[in-house]
Design a protein around this ligand. Structure first.
Ligand code: ADP
Ligand code: MG
Length: 478
C-alpha cells in the first residue's frame, strides 16, 4: 500500500505521544517526515544532524519499542538527514540553521544509520561462573566528575562519591546511598563514580545496573532455572552500582536475593553504591533487614541547585556544546526553571531547537515565549532564590550577604523582607525558608514576618520599599 509508511508512523506517534511530555513531542516529533517503509525498515526524515543525535540519545528506547510493535521484531529505523547548504560545522547548533525543506535546495544525505537495537540491553551474564570476570560495566562515559558541576546542593554526595571512587570498599561509605528527587543527578553521579574507579584501576569489575533491570534479570533467571548463575555473577563484582532502588519496593523475592548479594559483597570488602528517589527511612515496602543495610554506610542527598549553580550548569553545558547565548537569556532560563537539572537541560535544548527550526537567533523574547510553553503551569511558582535575588538587587547588596550572619540594620531588614515574601509567596515551610537564609531556624522566620508587618504600619519609607518590591516580584513572574 502506498501510504504504509504514513500509517506506520502515525501509529508510532500515537504511542510516543502518550509517553513523553507535549512540549518534547512538539519539538522532536512534529518535524519528522516519514519517507518509506521497506522490509521492516522505516525511513524518516529529520531536519538536521543535531536532531538525529538528539533522537538517538533520548528516544532510542522508545522508538525501538514502538517500531517493533508496529513492524515486528528485527525492524529497523533509518534516518534521512537534511544537510545544510553551507559548509559550516555542525557542532554549533546556531550553524545548523535548518535547511530548506524543499529538496531542491537542501542536499539529501542518505545516512541510513540503523538504530542500534541492542544498545543498553546487554545481559551482563556473559561469562557466568568464571573467576576472573571481564564484564561490560554498562557505564555511560558522558557522565563524569568533570562535568558534574559542584554546588551546595550536591557537595556532600559529590565528595563522598569522589572518596569512594578513590578507595572503593575502603571507606566508611559502604554502601554509599545517593538520594534525591528526579533529574537532580543521581544517575550521573553514580556513573561518574564507576567510571573513575575504572580509570584508576581498570581491572576492577565495576557494574552499573538499574534496579528494573536487576529485577527482570532475576525473574528471567527464575524462569530459566539459572538462579544460581545470577547470584554467582553478581557476587563476583568488585563495585556494584544499583540505580533507583526504590523500585525494589514490594518485590520481596528480589529483595531477598539482593540482600544475599549485598551481604556477600559487603563482607568481602566490595563497594556498593545505591541511588534512590528518597531517603532510606522513607522507603516503603522494603524489608527492614535490607533497609538497615542501606543505612550502614553514608546516605547523601542531592538537592535542587540554587540560582548560581543553575547558571554554572547552563554555562558548562553551553561550553561543552560550543554554544553561546546572551547573558540575559541564561539568567532568564535559570530563574524560571528551578525544578531540576533535567528540565534545565531540556529548556536549553528546546531553545536551541526552536531557534534552529525557526532560523531565528535566541533572544530574551524568544526565550520568554518558549518558556511559557515549557513551564507546565503558566503561572509559575516563585522561588526563594528568586526573591532573594530581586531583594538584594533592589537594595544593592550581594545575595551572599543576605544569607550571612551580618547584623547591620539595613541588611537585617533586607533579609527580613526576603523572608516575609518567601513566606507569603512560596509554599515553603518556615524551616525551609530558614535553611535558605544561611541555616536559620523557623522562629527567626516568624520573627521576620512579624517585624515586617509592624514596620509597614509605622515606617512609610519601609512600606514603600516593600510595596515596590512586591510589584517587581510579581511583574517578573508569569
Ligand atoms: P536523576 O538520576 O537524579 O534523575 P540524572 O543523573 O539523570 O538525574 O540527571 C539529569 C540530567 O542532569 C543529566 O543530563 C545530568 O547530566 C544532568 N546533571 C545532573 N546533575 C548535574 C550537575 N551537578 N552538573 C551538571 N549536570 C548535571
Ligand atoms: Mg536516574
Amino acid at each position: 500500500m502506498q501510504d504504509d509508511h504514513v500509517t506506520v508512523w502515525n501509529n508510532i506517534l500515537q504511542i510516543i505521544k502518550d509517553n513523553i511530555n507535549p512540549q518534547s513531542f512538539k519539538t522532536w516529533f512534529d518535524p519528522i517526515l516519514p519517507l518509506k517503509v521497506e522490509d521492516k525498515v522505516l525511513t524518516i526524515q529529520v531536519p538536521s544532524q543535531f536532531f538525529y543525535e538528539w533522537l538517538e540519545e533520548h528516544y532510542v528506547g522508545l522508538l525501538k519499542k514502538t517500531l517493533e510493535k508496529e513492524l515486528g521484531p528485527g525492524s529497523k529505523l533509518e534516518y534521512n538527514i537534511i544537510v545544510e547548504n553551507s559548509g559550516s560545522r555542525a557542532s554549533n547548533p546556531y550553524t545548523i540553521n535548518v535547511p530548506t525543506r524543499n529538496t531542491s535546495g537542501g542536499r539529501k544525505n542518505e545516512v541510513g544509520m540503523p538504530l542500534n537495537l541492542t544498545a543498553g540491553i546487554h545481559n551482563p551474564f556473559i561469562i557466568p561462573g568464571l573467576k576472573k570476570i571481564n564484564i561490560d560495566s554498562q557505564l555511560n562515559p558522558n557522565y563524569t566528575f568533570d562535568n558534574f558541576i559542584e554546588g551546595d546542593c550536591n557537595r556532600l554526595a559529590r565528595s563522598a562519591g569522589f572518596a569512594v571512587s578513590n578507595k572503593p570498599g575502603g571507606t566508611a561509605f559502604n554502601p554509599l546511598m545517593i538520594f534525591g528527587g528526579v533529574g537532580l543527578g543521581k544517575t550521573h553521579l553514580a556513573h561518574a563514580i564507576g567510571s573513575r574507579i575504572k580509570e584508576n584501576i581498570s581491572s576492577k569489575a565495576v557494574l552499573y545496573v538499574s534496579s528494573e533491570k536487576f529485577i527482570n534479570q532475576y525473574i528471567d533467571s527464575c524462569k530459566n532455572g539459572n538462579n544460581n548463575d545470577f547470584i554467582n555473577f553478581y557476587q563476583l563484582v568488585d563495585v556494584l552500582i544499583v540505580d533507583d532502588v526504590q523500585f525494589f519496593a514490594k518485590k520481596e523475592k528480589t529483595q531477598e536475593i539482593f540482600f544475599q548479594i549485598f551481604n556477600h559483597l559487603h563482607q568481602a570488602g566490595k563497594q556498593l553504591i545505591l541511588t534512590s528517589d528518597r531517603a532510606p527511612r522513607d522507603l516503603k515496602d522494603v524489608d527492614e533487614r535490607l533497609l538497615s543495610r542501606f543505612k550502614w554506610g553514608l546516605s547523601a542527598d542531592l538537592q535542587i541547585p540554587d540560582f548560581e549553580t543553575r547558571i554554572a550548569i547552563l554555562e558548562h553545558k553551553m561550553y561543552q556544546d560550543g554554544i553561546r547565548l546572551p547573558g540575559d537569556v541564561v539568567e532568564y532560563v535559570a530563574h524560571n526553571i528551578d525544578s531540576n537539572i533535567r528540565e534545565l537541560e531540556g529548556a536549553l535544548i528546546s531553545l536551541l531547537a526552536q531557534s534552529s527550526l525557526n532560523r531565528k537567533d535566541i533572544d530574551l523574547e524568544l526565550a520568554k515565549k518558549m518558556m511559557k510553553n515549557f513551564v507546565k503551569n503558566a503561572s509559575r511558582e516563585i522561588s526563594i532564590d528568586y526573591i532573594q535575588k530581586l531583594v538584594s538587587d533592589y537594595f544593592t547588596i550581594p545575595v551572599e550577604t543576605l544569607k550571612s550572619k551580618t547584623r547591620k540594620r539595613e541588611i537585617v531588614q533586607a533579609r527580613q523582607i526576603s523572608m516575609f515574601f518567601a513566606k507569603q509567596m512560596t509554599k515553603s515551610s518556615l524551616k525551609n525558608i530558614g535553611m535558605h537564609f544561611g541555616g536559620r531556624d523557623h522562629s527567626t522566620v516568624i520573627h521576620a514576618c512579624q517585624t515586617v508587618n509592624d514596620l509597614m504600619d509605622t515606617d512609610k519609607k519601609f512600606k514603600a520599599d516593600v510595596e515596590e518590591l512586591n510589584k517587581r516580584i510579581k511583574i517578573n513572574t508569569y
